[in-house]
Design a protein around this ligand. Structure first.
Ligand SMILES: *Cc1c(COP(=O)(O)O)cnc(C)c1O
Length: 379
């Protein structure tokens, strides 16, 4: 029987941690503290200290809520106002844009650099207007998408810089800091498929700004800092302590998990040699954490036919993402008449290859060889 190369198997990803996870969950069950408490405090401290000096972390329900709470936090503090423009890369997961519109802010999309598939200084400049007040950079696929040039643009225009760090936990930017410590506030997601995943939904806000951290914590807790006193019309977006306990088991293994992804990426980058397949670019400085290993089909190569070939060879793949936010029905009016040709081209040509801890280096070599054997009469 032909070998199957699974895209992702979460049971296998979590298997090595299970004995420790079961002990951690058992501790929560026995504690009688089922909302907040010491598990959350310990996880928040671990995440903050791993991300950078002087940071605070607030555990929340998921990555989208982390982003929503950051923007709503800035509005509650009067630092952003409804209608303010927020620059967002056009090639992103819909959640980045949902958080901006949820807060009553105006997302201004900008096409990414086609090579990095991420926000660039040029893209940022192109989207600036007198109403721009913030930028939401997304370290998409695990590639840091913030540098000194973008920082200089943001500072000279007085922009608030928010990072969507859902896909890049543990990545290091060219200038040496971890993603999540590059801007004014960052959202993390611990959705089960992320580089560090919970056993359900979980997320966090990380910031050096104590005022914002306190406001986010209040907003996530009915808008209350003190019991039965409600300063804001808030929400219930708290982190489940069971998930906090699971994450405190997995977080210390972040480097190891990311190192394994880098090893697989390096194999793909050296072994895939096919004129019809465009490889992702490895940053020359800093580190990519390869949440996804995204190749593109070149002109004249049909992406879906290529995927069908891989499937027939037992290689499961995925597409991140088949429909960009500006083409989603929910935003048909907001982005009507706007054109994002790079995002459109990416959505038609990207293919994500298996790159999790259930893919071995031998698998990555075999997958590369399968790709190199792909023949089409068009090339
Ligand atoms: C996963 C993800 C989110 C949302 O995180 P959830 O925890 O699933 O809500 C936001 N932005 C990006 C780029 C993501 O990949």
């Amino acid at each position: 029987m032909k070998k199957r190369y699974e895209f992702l198997n979460l049971g296998a990803v979590n298997a090595p941690y299970m004995p420790e996870i079961e002990r951690a969950i058992g501790r929560v069950l026995a504690s009688g503290r089922y909302v907040g408490g010491p598990e959350n405090d310990a996880f928040e401290q671990m995440l903050a200290s791993m991300t950078g000096k002087g940071l605070r972390a607030v555990g929340v329900s998921n990555g989208l809520d982390a982003l929503r709470l950051i923007f709503r936090g800035y509005i509650a503090l009067g630092r952003l106002r409804p209608g303010d423009e927020v620059i967002v890369p056009s090639n992103t997961y819909i959640a980045s844009v949902l958080a901006v519109t949820d807060a009553g802010l105006t997302p201004v999309l900008t096409d990414p650099d086609p090579q990095t598939m991420n926000l660039s200084a040029e893209g940022l400049r192109r989207a600036l207007s007198p109403r721009t007040r913030a930028v939401l950079t997304v370290h998409l696929y695990g590639r840091p998408a913030w540098d000194a040039e973008m920082e200089a643009i943001a500072r000279s225009h007085g922009l608030t810089v928010v990072e969507d760090n859902a896909q890049a936990i543990g990545a290091v930017a060219a200038e040496g800091a971890f993603t999540g410590a590059l801007g004014d506030a960052a959202a993390f997601s611990f959705y089960p498929t992320k580089n560090i995943g919970a056993l359900g939904d979980a997320g966090a806000v990380v910031t050096a700004d104590a005022e914002l951290a306190n406001t986010v914590r209040a907003l996530a807790n009915y808008g209350s800092r003190e019991r039965y006193r409600n300063e804001y019309a808030g929400f219930n977006c708290r982190l489940d302590p069971v998930q906090a306990a699971v994450l405190a088991v997995k977080l210390p293994h972040l480097e190891e998990e990311n190192r394994r992804r880098r090893e697989l990426a390096d194999i793909y980058l050296t072994e895939i040699r096919h004129p019809g397949i465009i490889l992702p670019e490895k940053p020359s400085r800093g580190t990519h954490v390869w949440h996804q290993f995204v190749v593109r089909t070149a002109d004249g190569i049909d992406r879906d036919a290529f995927r069908a070939y891989l499937a027939s060879e037992g290689v499961q793949t995925d597409v991140h993402y088949p429909t960009p936010p500006h083409r989603q029905r929910c935003y048909a009016e907001l982005f009507a008449g706007k054109d994002y040709p790079v995002a459109d081209a990416l959505s038609a040509t990207v293919v994500s290859l298996p790159i999790s801890s259930c893919t071995s280096p031998t698998d990555a070599r075999a997958i590369s060889a399968i790709i190199n054997r792909y023949t089409t009469d068009k090339i």
